[in-house]
Design a protein around this ligand. Sequence first.
Ligand SMILES: [Zn+2]
Ligand SMILES: [Zn+2]
Length: 456
Amino acid sequence: MCPVKLPEGGSDTLIGLDFQCACGRRHKVEVKHVSVGSGIIRNVPQVLRELGLTGRFALVYDKHIGPIAERMLFPVLDRPGIRYEHICYEKPDEVKASVESSDEMRSMLPKDLDFLMVMGSGTMNDLTKWAATVLGIPYVVVATAPSMNGYTSSISALSHGGFKTTQDITPAAAVVADVDILKEAPLDMIRAGMGDLLSKNVCNADWRLSHHLKNTYFCEVPSQMTRRQETYYLAHAAELGARDAEAVRQLTEAVMNSGFSMAIVGESSPSSGSEHLISHYWEMQCEMSGRPINLHGAQVGVGTLIAAEIYERARRMRPDDIDLDRARKNHKNADQLREIINQYYGEVAERTFEEMSRKAVSWPEKERELTTFKSNWEDIWRDLERFLRPRAELEQALAAACGPTRASEFGFSRQETADAIRFSRLMRNRYTILDLTDEVGWLDTWADDIAEEFAG
Ligand SMILES: [Zn+2]
Ligand SMILES: [Zn+2]
């Protein structure tokens, strides 16, 4: 099954990876340097020199990171030959992760910069990546929390006109992740990193499912990458919650690998499936109702448990439970889909419909897909099970790290949770277990039950 044997070890072993894969695509890691370890921030000047980044740059960070930057990074940078300007966000909580905010950042930057450097995670990273891409200059990332996989990825997740989108960006020239800094990140962010990584179990199954039913592109290499540290951090989840340096290091390596896993195939499928859709749906609800946005990875962790539950329920069904006659009656045409989307997606309904309708197919085509599933039931499930882990195991790990395991912990109601289960699949073109179980009429009957468990 394995088309290629990846080198053992950390994310740095993937630097320089470049090969033509059996999947038909060329896999290339474009990031030139990644390092994860204790005390390595002092190597930043050397990394810059090695990459030929000797000109003037702007260092982007926010006021939460300011004191850490002052203690750990400024002393390293303040030496002859290094020229940089500070761009410090004083009110980061008011900055949206949007293309508009990134454009604003760009307008604040001094002219004629040779590259950018960002010290931070999440929004600061996304804004900097996009700004550097638009300016056509390189950027370097000094990571501060293992909360997200965006450091090494080639996409940024910024909203545009209120609609959640992803943009293709130039990957970072270098990523430096000093574990001495990352292990001191807020515990919620460390737990969020694990929540986001747990999703790999579900999203690779979703990606594979789509391949089986819709004959879409799939490759095994990304999941090989993201699996390398999984056994360790699942077994050491409690240590993560206690800021153990080795556990944080392993998690950070996995975070870097996750970013690479998307970059090498040029799409986010290996690190984002049904669980991310559920999380994106909640996030959009928060945005529309003006509530604060929760940590992405923390929500994804709960989305993963819900998706794993749906997989397990589906696995307990039998091929005969797929009633094609019922599926035909349940099948929605474009007008019906538009009506549902209008109801749940407010002002972004039109763009949501445009995006989602690309995976909508006519009934004869859908009948072919469902028949494929019905007649190859056992083979397909056995294949999907290579990627899935039991929900109980994932939940145990999240609980051991004291991360959220229920939607109610974010303040989502039972109704909002049931809506996310039923309607988040309408957000994207991506085909997942949410689509399949909806098409055969199971999801609707399970949604309230599952919502009761997760937000009762
Ligand atoms: Zn491949
Ligand atoms: Zn994610």
